[in-house]
Design a protein around this ligand. Structure first.
Ligand SMILES: Cc1cc2nc3c(=O)[nH]c(=O)nc-3n(C[C@H](O)[C@H](O)[C@H](O)COP(=O)(O)O)c2cc1C
Length: 175
């Protein structure tokens, strides 16, 4: 299934990590590669972690974070691939547990069952990554076929500079 113009459709699920401010790079890169993009943000992410207006401009579609009402048409076509970037500790754990309390997590919960590639770029601090719930979540999601990029913690390297997040890793995982 593809977008009406015949291009493949990518869902970009954005969580409330500081690095989300750069998600425009992912949207732009995806469109350059021929994807149509629909952005689905967690409510916390949409409330100030990235420029929602810019994401709407770049994707050419409204940014979603709430469910439609039953009478409303589906705003996005079904996805050909789903990328969660950045993915927070909170969302990864809710996703693995099947707690679909936001449109973003519900979308992720459903994605594996659609049989499309699903990729994650986790942005989780070292102190949270050792939590047993997180480790269990990774095992469970990997068992569902979800593809993980290396965890990014944002910790500065030896020279004091923060490492690149590497948004383009998402394309290597889904393409
Ligand atoms: C400035 C700021 C940056 C944050 N960065 C991260 C992060 O990189 N990773 C993370 O897991 N949580 C981070 N958090 C905490 C999340 O925003 C918080 O857990 C939130 O509930 C996640 O919601 P979501 O998973 O629904 O997007 C950050 C919070 C703030 C205030």
């Amino acid at each position: 299934m593809t977008a009406p113009d015949g291009k493949p459709f990518l869902y970009v699920v954005v969580c409330a990590a500081g690095i989300a401010a750069g998600v425009g790079e992912l949207i732009t890169g995806a469109r350059r590669r021929g994807w149509e993009v629909g952005v689905i943000a967690t409510p916390v992410a949409a409330a100030g972690f990235f420029d929602v207006d810019a994401a709407r401009e770049l994707s050419g579609r409204p940014v979603r974070s709430a469910w439609r009402t039953p009478g409303e048409p589906r705003p996005f076509p079904p996805p050909d691939a789903v990328v969660a970037a950045p993915a927070t500790f909170n969302t990864v754990n809710k996703w693995a547990a099947g707690l679909a309390d936001t449109l973003a997590v519900a979308t992720l919960c459903e994605a594996s069952g659609l049989g499309v590639p699903v990729a994650v770029l986790p942005c989780v601090a070292d102190a949270l990554a050792v939590h047993p719930a997180y480790r269990d979540s990774l095992t469970r999601l990997r068992g569902m076929g979800v593809r993980f990029g290396a965890r990014w913690s944002g910790v500065p390297e030896g020279d004091g500079a923060r490492p690149e997040f590497g948004w383009e890793r998402a394309f290597e995982l889904v393409e």
